[in-house]
Design a protein around this ligand. Structure first.
Ligand code: GEK
Length: 242
């Protein structure tokens, strides 16, 4: 699968709100791997977690699947042939390309792709649910209901993985971890102009929560245990067990 270099914000432009359109979908693998520390490690751990948590005859959900990278990673770990992965994204450009990505890898585990809003889909009989950097794009007031719906649709003992960009409660810590994150982006070849224009584009679109908010939400939904398993600068991946 050819991957184009992300140059979307390289030239000065009148910046509008970020959208997951065709232009973004075309450069997405390059964009996400240069923008999220630990993205590759998080994906490979999703495979390990799928190996341990996905049970026979159950469903696995990849919510906000983009090009299907998490589904591809989980497929590698799943040990049962009567499992189905349901991968959902509301960007048509992403879903179209996800189809091609998934076909490029052979697997016995079927992946059903849907172009839909994750707030509107049914979740049932799930042994594993993944929100890999998706919930941050939902309106904050919709997040509690989404996690509660996921909990209700999961089998006991099932695993929820939520990876997100974070805000920190303490201002000096927040500033420091943000600065370190910007250094990470510079180190991956993004210019100051690209960094600042992308930031402006995301301002109204991506609203990070604090870790405390995430933890309280998992507990309120009924998850018996939750923890951060990966954290770097402004990013974390969390697990919650029903
Ligand atoms: C990965 N998980 O590579 N309903 C469905 N999809 C949505 C919604 C919604 N309400 N809101 C946003 N999306 C992927 C990466 S990217 C993360 C996920 C990022 C989709 C949106 O279209 C986009 O494809 C995805 O969530 C977020 O593991 O770009 O930082």
């Amino acid at each position: 699968m050819s991957t184009q270099h992300d140059q979307i914000f390289a030239q000065p432009q009148r910046v509008s709100d970020f959208r997951f359109d065709d232009k973004v979908a075309a450069v997405f693998p390059d964009m996400i791997s240069r923008s999220i520390p630990g993205y590759a490690e998080i994906l490979s751990t999703l495979g390990q977690l799928a190996h341990r948590f996905v049970t026979p005859g159950s469903k696995v959900y990849d919510l906000g699947c983009s090009l299907g990278a998490a589904s591809i990673a989980m497929r590698r770990g799943i040990r049962h042939d009567d499992v189905k992965i349901v991968a959902i994204d509301n960007s048509e450009a992403m879903i179209r390309r996800a189809e091609e990505h998934l076909q490029a890898f052979v697997s016995a585990v079927p992946v059903e792709l849907h172009c839909a809003d994750i707030r509107a889909v049914d979740i049932s009989d799930a042994s594993m649910v993944v929100l890999n950097f998706t919930m941050q794009f939902l309106a904050p007031e919709d997040r509690d209901a989404l996690i509660a719906k996921i909990y209700a649709g999961m089998r006991p003992g099932g695993l929820l993985v939520v990876s997100e960009k974070l805000n920190y409660r303490q201002p000096k810590i927040h500033q420091l971890l943000d600065d370190l994150y910007l250094d990470f982006k510079r180190g991956n070849g993004y210019s100051e102009l690209e960094i600042s224009q992308k930031r402006t584009a995301l301002e109204n679109v991506m609203k990070p929560d604090t870790l405390e908010t995430h933890q309280a939400r998992f507990a309120a939904a009924g998850f018996s245990e939750s923890e951060v398993w990966y954290q770097c600068y402004r990013f974390a991946s969390m697990i919650a067990i029903k």
